[in-house]
Design a protein around this ligand. Structure first.
Ligand code: GLY
Length: 373
C-alpha cells in the first residue's frame, strides 16, 4: 500500500514508522520534518495536569499513551541507536499560594476519584524533593509515573526509524489532496509535483484545515494556539524532575534535561498563525517561573521560540478515517501531542492499513465533529 503523510511532526513521523514497519510504502511530505510545534514542545508526559474537568476520555487516552511510552522509546532507541531523552521519574506539581493549593487539592481529589495515584506533599516535602523551590511554596502533588521525553531528539529518531523501513521524505509543502473518483488518490505539492498514494494521512497540525482539494465538511476546524517557550541552560544540576506550578492561577512548567537544558513554558494564546515571540509572553513566563524557582535568574539564556498547537473545537485529538474514502485525519492534539504520540501512531496505523479504529481511539474519530463518513 502506498501511503502519503502530510505533516512530519511527531504524529506523522510516528505513524510513518509504524506503517512502514508493516510493509507500507510511505512518503512523508513536509518542508521541515520534526519542525513546528514538535521542535518547540517541552515534552512532558503528564496525562492529568494538562486536562480540563470533564475530559475523562482524553485522560484515558493519555494514560494509555503514557503507559506505552517506555516500550515505544526503548524500541525506537534500539532501532535507531538514537536517544529520545525518555524519563519516567515523576512530575512534581506545586502550589504558590493558598488559592493555588486549593486548586491542587481539587486536582488530587479528581485524580483519586479516577483511581490515579497522586501523593499530596507539604511545602517542606516538596523542597526536600526539589531544593531549588522557593521557600513560600505551599504544597504539592507528586505524579510518580509521569515523566518526559525530549521532542528534539524524539522527532529525528522517529524519522530515522521510518527511513530505515524505506519511508521517503519529500521536503516540500503540500498544497492539496488529489481526489479522483470520489476518493483521495495522492497529494499535489505547492510547486506542482505530485505524490500518488492509496491512502493519505492529513497530519499537518494547525495547518490541516489549510490543505486544499477537499470537499467541505471533511476536515473539522483546527485552530492554531500559540505557545511561547524559553530554553535556559544550567552548568550544575538544577531541578531533578519536571516541576509544574500554578502561580496565582497561571500554570507554568520547568522541564530539566540531563544536558543542563531547562525548558520553561508556556503561554497559551489564540493569535492565529502568529509565531512572534513577545516581550510580554517572555516576561510572564520568567515572572511565574521565578516565583517557584528563584534560582532560574542565574541560568544562562539559550533560546526563545513559539509554536502552534493544533486545537480542535473540543480541544481533543481528531483521529481516524474521514468522510472522504482513502483520507485519514490525525490532528487536533492541542497540548498533548508529545504525550499522545505512541497511542496516536497505533490508532492511525490501524486506520490507514485496515480502515478501522481501535477501542482506545473510538471517542476521538472525526465524525464526532463533522458527521459520519
Ligand atoms: N503540553 C505543554 C503545552 O502545551 O504547553
Amino acid at each position: 500500500m502506498d501511503i502519503a503523510i502530510i505533516g512530519a511532526g511527531v504524529i506523522g513521523l510516528a505513524t510513518a514508522w509504524r506503517v512502514a514497519a508493516r510493509g507500507a510504502a510511505v512518503t512523508l511530505i513536509d518542508p521541515a520534518p520534526g519542525g513546528g510545534a514538535s521542535s518547540v514542545a517541552a515534552g512532558m508526559l503528564t496525562p492529568v495536569s494538562e486536562l480540563a474537568y470533564g475530559e475523562e476520555p482524553l485522560l484515558r487516552l493519555g494514560l494509555a499513551s503514557r503507559d506505552r511510552y517506555r516500550e515505544f522509546a526503548a524500541e525506537l532507541e534500539e532501532a535507531t541507536g538514537l536517544a529520545t531523552g525518555y524519563r519516567a521519574d515523576g512530575i512534581l506539581e506545586v502550589a504558590f499560594d493558598a488559592d493555588d493549593l486549593r486548586h491542587l487539592e481539587e486536582v488530587r481529589r479528581f485524580q483519586e476519584s479516577l483511581g490515579i495515584p497522586a501523593e499530596a506533599l507539604t511545602g517542606r516535602e516538596c523542597r526536600k524533593l526539589e531544593p531549588m523551590l522557593a521557600p513560600g511554596v505551599r504544597g504539592g502533588l507528586l505524579a510518580p509515573e509521569d515523566g518526559a521525553v525530549d521532542p528534539r531528539r524524539l522527532a529525528p529518531a522517529l524519522l530515522a526509524a521510518a527511513e530505515r523501513h524505506g519511508a521517503r521524505t519529500v521536503r516540500r509543502r503540500a498544497a492539496e489532496v488529489i481526489v479522483e473518483g470520489g476518493a483521495a488518490a495522492g497529494v499535489r505539492l505547492a510547486d506542482g509535483g505530485e505524490v500518488r498514494a492509496d491512502r493519505v494521512l492529513l497530519a499537518a497540525g494547525p495547518w490541516s484545515g489549510e490543505i486544499g482539494g477537499l470537499p467541505p465538511g471533511v476536515v473539522p476546524p483546527v485552530r492554531p494556539v500559540k505557545g511561547q517557550v524559553i530554553r535556559l541552560r544550567s552548568r550544575v544540576p538544577f531541578l531533578r524532575r519536571c516541576t509544574r506550578g500554578v502561580v496565582r492561577g497561571f500554570p507554568i512548567y520547568l522541564v530539566p534535561r540531563e544536558d543542563g537544558e531547562v525548558v520553561v513554558g508556556a503561554t497559551q494564546e489564540e493569535m492565529g498563525f502568529d509565531t512572534r515571540v513577545t516581550a510580554g509572553g517572555l516576561w510572564e513566563l520568567l515572572r511565574d517561573a521565578r516565583e517557584l524557582v528563584p534560582g532560574i535568574t542565574e541560568l544562562e539564556f539559550a533560546e526563545v521560540s513559539a509554536g502552534l498547537r493544533p486545537g480542535s473545537p473540543d480541544n481533543a485529538p481528531v483521529m481516524g478515517p474521514s468522510a472522504l474514502p482513502g483520507l485519514v485525519i490525525g490532528t487536533g492534539h492541542f497540548r498533548n501531542g508529545i504525550l499522545l504520540t505512541p497511542v496516536s501512531a497505533d490508532i492511525l496505523a490501524e486506520a490507514l492499513l485496515e480502515g478501522t479504529v481501535p477501542e482506545v481511539g473510538r471517542d476521538f474519530t472525526p465524525e464526532r465533529l463533522v458527521g459520519a463518513p
